[in-house]
Design a protein. Structure first.
Length: 308
């Protein structure tokens, strides 16, 4: 497959695809390339049946329906690119049925669990804990993606560079290189202000990039990594009495959205705050609410009545 790099360059330049997504696309394409080589197939000559054979191969080797669908979506986009550049005249994915899978409802924390997490964070006055508390507050108050959270620049949230005053509303560049506005509450501003007072402790003398980021660190990127934040969040949650399997940065984002919906927020507003391109992505939270309502009805007296 000789046009992979051109395709990836196009995805970055024209569609603003994030670095992690580019790596995912490349992995899918290389996986497909290996299948073509093993079966002595040329990318310009393959048919829909060849793609179906690949699906069968993936399934037999343990890939789930969701993973297969993502890979097929990548290959479909790749062939759309080939056609647009006159490298091919047929998309072999168009006549392929995708494997069916059930959308899993997102896990969320209860409001009591959120309170327990904040209560635990309030008790520890070490610098690491103050930073972690600020990150948790900001994530739950805004519904940011973890990649957006860790890479926030100091200039994003400060009113100006000469002060430590924090904006209540500030811009963030999210998925697809799209900008949206983030709104935070007074408790989060207080937590961030407490952290800013000790932020200098995390600025690396060896990595000047760390001065740029709100959550500075000595990592290569200059900011707290997604992986490290996830570990620290899990450790704090366990100490707060929350089961390890029930917590992750993404679960906090889900909790933000679900609790807003439960409180009466409009679905379109939640879509805007989360940075979802399509309202259908946000609608998953309405199903979460229905699930909770169904669970609540388990306690209805009629459940215990018997027919005479």
């Amino acid at each position: 497959m000789e046009f992979i790099e051109q395709f990836l360059e196009m995805m970055v330049a024209e569609r603003g695809v994030a670095k992690n997504s580019v790596l995912s696309y490349k992995c899918d394409l290389l996986n497909f390339q290996k299948f073509l080589l093993d079966n002595k197939l040329l990318e310009k000559n393959i048919k829909s049946q060849d793609v179906r054979d690949w699906i069968e191969y993936l399934s037999e080797n343990g890939s789930g329906a969701r993973s297969i669908n993502r890979k097929i979506s990548t290959i479909k986009s790749y062939y759309e690119f080939l056609i647009s550049e006159k490298y091919a005249n047929y998309n072999p994915c168009l006549m392929v049925d995708l494997p069916k899978y059930q959308n899993r409802l997102p896990s969320i924390l209860s409001i009591d669990e959120i309170k327990s997490l904040f209560l635990y964070c309030d008790q520890d006055k070490k610098s690491d804990s103050i930073r972690l508390k600020a990150m948790i507050h900001l994530l739950y108050a805004s519904g940011l993606r973890v990649s957006e959270l860790v890479s926030i620049k100091l200039t994003n949230i400060l009113v100006n560079q000469m002060s430590q005053n924090i904006r209540k509303i500030f811009p963030i560049i999210g998925k697809g290189n799209k900008q949206r506005m983030v709104v935070i509450n007074e408790q989060t501003i207080d937590s961030l202000s407490e952290y800013l007072a000790i932020r200098s402790e995390f600025i690396s003398k060896k990595n000047l990039k760390s001065k740029i980021y709100l959550f500075a660190s000595s990592s290569t990127s200059g900011h707290m990594t997604r992986q490290n934040f996830a570990i620290l969040l899990k450790q704090a949650s366990i100490k707060a009495g929350i089961e390890a399997k029930n917590i992750s940065p993404h679960i906090l984002r889900h909790s933000f959205a679900s609790h807003l919906l439960e409180g009466g927020a409009d679905l379109r507003v939640i879509q805007e705050l989360l940075g979802h391109a399509d309202i259908s992505t946000t609608q998953i939270y309405t199903h979460v609410q229905v699930k909770h309502l169904q669970q609540a009805l388990e306690h209805h007296p009629l459940k215990f009545f018997t027919t005479l």
